[in-house]
Design a protein around this ligand. Structure first.
Ligand SMILES: Nc1ncnc2c1ncn2[C@@H]1O[C@H](COP(=O)(O)OP(=O)(O)O)[C@@H](O)[C@H]1O
Ligand SMILES: [Mg+2]
Length: 427
């Protein structure tokens, strides 16, 4: 179960280049976000047409197709926010598992109705409120198979909650990094094919956000914000930092620097200029974490290896050394040719110059080609990713029924035991 009582440290620190000061807040379990410059000045559309004019809080809440829940209803649905039903914890607060009736949306007995995930904000004032509203603003209007479905919200006195579809396999972070170095019982590492399937699904989610239809910059792409359904389809969650992309002739939006240390693009950290290419950089970081099985930042690694991107860059461009970066636990599940192509994609996404990074449509195309050409083994956990392929165009978002199988239970446990994360940053 996740700790909801994390210790936070706040420290001012200059960035590498000394141009900006950063403000970190670190929790004992995972990175904490602070602040948000979201103005909610624009609205985003997908299948519904919404005017792109400034929107007040009332308009955002009213225009979404979301259900408004009472606090008592969610309290009952989560059995009084039981500590043993914690699914995870982010910078915002804890996420609890609960049950509601699919017709009346009222609390249901555990194991009946539909399963939901309820995020309850730490009551720490205004900043959390902005992130809460940002999630409603974006997820209330954007629909895509690779975005998590927001069902509703609760706003009552100081209480702010969000109600999502339940994602039975939790976050990618827990699958990649759980039990590493803890001495806990061995759990099979995520197979290569699943990693590539997840990379493709997450890339599709980002590509949709960047498309003309949505024009959104996600700004917080990282493994803990990529959730997995029962078939390992990836869905992006946590839109608290999402931002409207530039309009008209503008190439970027200017913001305070926010995000998570290690994932944020260097030029964004240095200037506060945010573009879709900032998300592409973060995608490169996650891709690198997926192929290496290593966290982007880890102070427990030897000096020189603590920053994954800096360490890996010297190997990724060398045909002779590239495999050094790859996760040895899944060796043999991919061909050398495929490894080279994925390494090359990661290198491109991690280009220091944003214009050398591909856009997300191109990333999707490359990953699709790789998936088509990857005929090497790799299926684990008893299910082949190809046989459970991402139904990108299929029916969307239905909460998974509660499944009490051993496999499911262990995943749930993993989902509620987040390991240490990179700290968030802000200037
Ligand atoms: N819909 C969900 N289904 C299952 N687990 C979830 C769901 N939403 C969040 N979680 C878990 O809670 C964690 C924190 O959620 P997140 O939305 O990222 O919160 P924060 O905004 O505080 O970072 C995730 O990393 C994941 O482990
Ligand atoms: Mg998060």
């Amino acid at each position: 179960m996740g700790s909801c009582f994390s210790v936070k440290i706040k420290a001012e620190s200059p960035l590498h280049n000394g141009m900006l000061a950063c403000c970190f807040r670190v929790s004992s379990t995972c990175g904490q976000k602070i602040g948000n410059d979201l103005s909610c000045s624009n609205s985003k559309i997908s299948s519904v047409s919404v005017p792109s004019t400034p929107r007040t809080e009332g308009e955002i809440l009213q225009s979404s197709n979301l259900k408004s829940f009472t606090f008592n209803n969610l309290k009952t649905a989560t059995r009084n926010f039981r500590p043993d039903s914690v699914l995870g914890e982010g910078g915002f607060g804890c996420v609890f598992k609960g049950w509601i009736d699919e017709h009346s949306f009222t609390a249901a007995k555990p194991g009946t109705g539909i399963v939901i995930a309820v995020k309850r904000l730490n009551q720490e004032g205004l900043q959390g409120h902005k992130e809460w509203l940002a999630e409603i603003n974006y997820l209330g209007q954007l629909y895509h198979p690779n975005l998590v479905k927001l069902i509703g919200y609760c706003l009552e006195d100081d209480q702010r909650l969000l109600v999502y579809e339940f994602m039975p396999r939790g976050s990618l972070e827990n699958h990649l990094f759980r039990n590493l170095g803890t001495g806990a019982s061995y759990i099979q590492p995520l197979s290569w094919n699943y990693r590539m399937k997840i990379a493709l699904g997450a890339a599709k989610g980002l590509a949709f956000l960047h498309s003309d239809e949505a024009k959104v910059i996600y700004r917080d792409f990282k493994t803990s914000n990529i959730l997995l359904d029962s078939k390992f389809n990836a869905k992006l969650s946590d839109f608290g930092l999402a931002k409207d992309g530039p309009t008209g002739e503008k190439s970027h939006v200017s913001t305070r620097v926010m995000g998570t240390y290690g994932y944020a693009a260097p030029e964004y950290m240095a200037t506060g200029h945010l573009t879709t290419k900032s998300d592409v950089y973060s995608f490169g970081v996650v891709l690198l974490e997926m192929i290496s099985g290593k966290r982007v930042m880890d102070n427990n690694r030897p000096p020189g290896e603590q920053n994954l991107v800096e360490w890996a860059k010297r190997y990724l461009t060398s045909k002779r050394k590239v495999l050094h970066v790859f996760d040895a636990r899944i060796e043999g599940q991919y061909s050398f040719g495929i490894a080279l192509k994925v390494a090359n994609l990661a290198i491109q996404c991690l280009s220091v110059e944003p214009r050398f990074r591909p856009n997300m449509d191109k990333v999707v195309r490359i990953l699709e080609q790789l998936q088509d050409s990857n005929d090497i083994g790799g299926s684990q956990n008893g299910i082949s990713p190809s046989s459970t392929s991402n139904s990108s165009n299929g029916p969307k978002h239905h909460s998974q029924p509660c499944n009490s199988s051993v496999n499911e239970a262990s995943n749930e446990k993993a989902a509620s035991s987040p390991g240490p994360s990179a700290p968030h940053l802000q200037t």
